[in-house]
Ligand binder design. Structure first.
Ligand code: NAI
Ligand code: MG
Length: 322
């Protein structure tokens, strides 16, 4: 039986790079695709950036491939992530031969808590000019992330936190993650997230897998995009117990949208993570190798030092996949 993949291209370059990833998935597997709309364009027509049928398509499919939304991103991405019940955001950031990078020896994976922290959505205006947010950290969510991290990185990982200041919330996060790791015989080191940001810039080769609260994971993974040569290369996976949502880290890139020069690598690498999530490890590896070869030999889009179009990179990827 072929698995069902919901495809949500969204706005801007999302609509340019997602079809490339769909062609790649089609080249290596036998999937049925369900196309659905989300983002600014659909909101302009219906006032709703995430139509109910799109949410339902993501909740029903075996996996969802999402491109990007524009201004409505928060109203699309957060509900889509919860539609697949995702609790961890996996964000690899590595360098590729052939692509200039600030730090050529970077090979990091951020495991970001995906449901709470300051993104829990409990914001309030108490009075004119006075606002608050409630930072939510629970033992359950921290332990679930830690169990995932132990499976993902049995050789050990770094725990990012700021428990010296946020004693209750990050205190609970750090303690819970360390307890779960100890119970699984997985070694950990901890790092204050601000100092870690500096160390990642100076010597990313000292780190491997970094387990983070929600906001820290968002910021540190974007920082690492800068180390490896840009957002056009960074995939991500939002994983739940049964389903996943796979999306590039980048947004709709209005500055280049419509020009046909968006780098499809981040979305194609997200599709490789999708394949692995569905248990198609060999196919995932084939897609990864194709991306590596094309980045090394060209054609490459302008963001990674080339002059090629999205279509030329697509054709080269499909040629690699034979
Ligand atoms: P962005 O990621 O869209 O673009 C940042 C810069 O990186 C731009 O110069 C862009 O041209 C370049 N870039 C990004 N992806 C690229 C690719 N695949 N190939 C070549 N160059 C690429 O972030 P920005 O400019 O902060 O946001 C633009 C819009 O995207 C905003 O409306 C924002 O709300 C939305 N956004 C949506 C996200 C999502 O849907 N998950 C995530 C981030 C931003
Ligand atoms: Mg971000």
């Amino acid at each position: 039986m072929s698995e069902e993949i919901a495809v949500v291209p969204g706005d801007g370059i999302g609509a340019e790079v997602v079809p490339v990833a769909v062609d790649v998935l089609d080249a290596v597997g036998d999937f049925s695709f369900v196309h659905a709309d989300a983002g600014d364009a659909v909101a302009a027509e219906t006032d709703d950036p995430l139509p109910e049928e799109t949410r339902e398509a993501a909740a029903a499919a075996d996996a969802t491939l999402f491109g990007a939304a524009g201004e409505t991103a928060a109203d699309v991405v957060l509900p889509l992530r919860s539609a697949v019940d995702s609790f961890v955001n996996v964000r690899p950031a590595r360098t590729y031969p052939g692509v200039d990078a600030l730090q050529p020896d970077t090979d990091l994976v951020f495991l970001r808590e995906n449901t709470e922290g300051v993104y829990a959505g409990h914001e309030a205006t108490l009075a004119d000019g006075v606002t608050t947010t409630t930072r939510v950290v629970t033992r359950e969510a921290s332990a679930r992330l830690a169990e995932f991290a132990c499976d993902y990185a049995p050789e050990g990982f770094t725990v990012a936190h700021k428990a010296n200041v946020m004693r209750e919330t990050d205190g609970l996060f750090k303690q819970t993650v360390e307890d779960v790791a100890e119970g699984n015989d997985v070694p950990t080191e901890d790092a204050l997230m601000d100092a870690l940001a500096m160390h990642l810039v100076q010597s990313p080769e000292d780190y491997d897998v970094v387990v983070c609260p929600n906001l820290a994971g968002d910021v540190l993974s974007d920082l690492s995009a800068g180390l490896v040569g840009g957002l056009g290369l960074l995939p991500s996976a939002n994983l739940g117990p049964e389903r996943g949502l796979f999306e590039p880290v980048h947004g709709s890139a209005p500055d280049i949208a419509g020009e046909g020069v968006a780098n499809p690598a981040a979305t194609v690498l997200s599709a490789a993570m999708l394949l692995e999530f569905l248990g198609h490890d060999d196919e995932g590896q084939r897609v990864r190798s194709a991306v590596e070869t094309v980045l090394a030999e060209g054609p490459r889009t302008p963001d990674v030092g080339g002059e090629a179009s999205t279509k030329e990179m697509r054709d080269a990827l499909l040629a690699q996949l034979g």
